[in-house]
Design a protein around this ligand. Structure first.
Ligand code: GDP
Ligand code: MG
Length: 163
């Protein structure tokens, strides 16, 4: 079976935007375990001839803080269980938030590769923003603009390196 790449992160960082940019063919997933519904969208994608499945674990976003944290915890657990590589999306303009730190703590519990994607770096003037995200404790931080598509090649090069 193909390697699985999961996109995780708090709401509004751009998970769905990067998913849509990288998505090839959409795959409908039928839950085989009654009572277990996990919000996720799958796609089959390819980079430099390497095929993989991409999962957007974002699903529905919630307004209430405690519901949001439960949801993010489920996302992180899903990614840790199912993914071969995890793309942890953060807002490269806003900087590290408390929720990002919580997600980081959850993702540090796995030995799977985690690549931090500092999104919304739409302009070269924001390029230095990436450095603060090394504080999250992961080896790789890649600057991306999901809207413009810049940095996605560097991101995917790093992703497929771990297959
Ligand atoms: P999600 O909640 O993590 O799935 O985030 P979305 O993909 O829904 O994006 C949240 C908001 O951020 C939307 O208004 C997007 O248009 C915006 N956004 C996403 N990527 C970028 C980007 O690279 N640059 C900018 N400026 N905005 C972005
Ligand atoms: Mg989303």
């Amino acid at each position: 079976s193909l390697p699985v790449v999961a996109i995780v992160g708090r709401p509004n960082v751009g998970k769905s935007t990067i998913f849509n940019r990288l998505a090839g063919e959409r795959i409908a997933i039928v839950e085989d375990q009654p009572g277990i519904t996990r919000d996720r969208i799958y796609s089959r994608s390819e980079w430099n001839g390497r095929e993989f499945h991409l999962i957007d674990t974002g699903g529905l976003e919630f307004g209430e803080q405690d519901e949001m944290m439960d949801h993010i915890r489920n996302q992180a657990e899903l990614a840790i269980e199912e993914a071969d590589v995890i793309v942890f999306v953060v807002d490269g303009r806003q900087g590290i938030t408390g929720t990002d730190e919580e997600v980081a703590r959850m993702l540090h519990r796995t030995n799977k590769p985690v690549i931090v994607m500092a999104n919304k770096i739409d302009d070269i003037k924001y390029a230095d923003n990436v450095y603060e995200f090394y504080q999250l404790g992961f080896e790789h931080v890649i600057a991306v603009s999901s809207i413009h598509g810049t940095g996605t090649g560097d991101l995917l090069d790093e992703v497929v390196r771990h297959f």
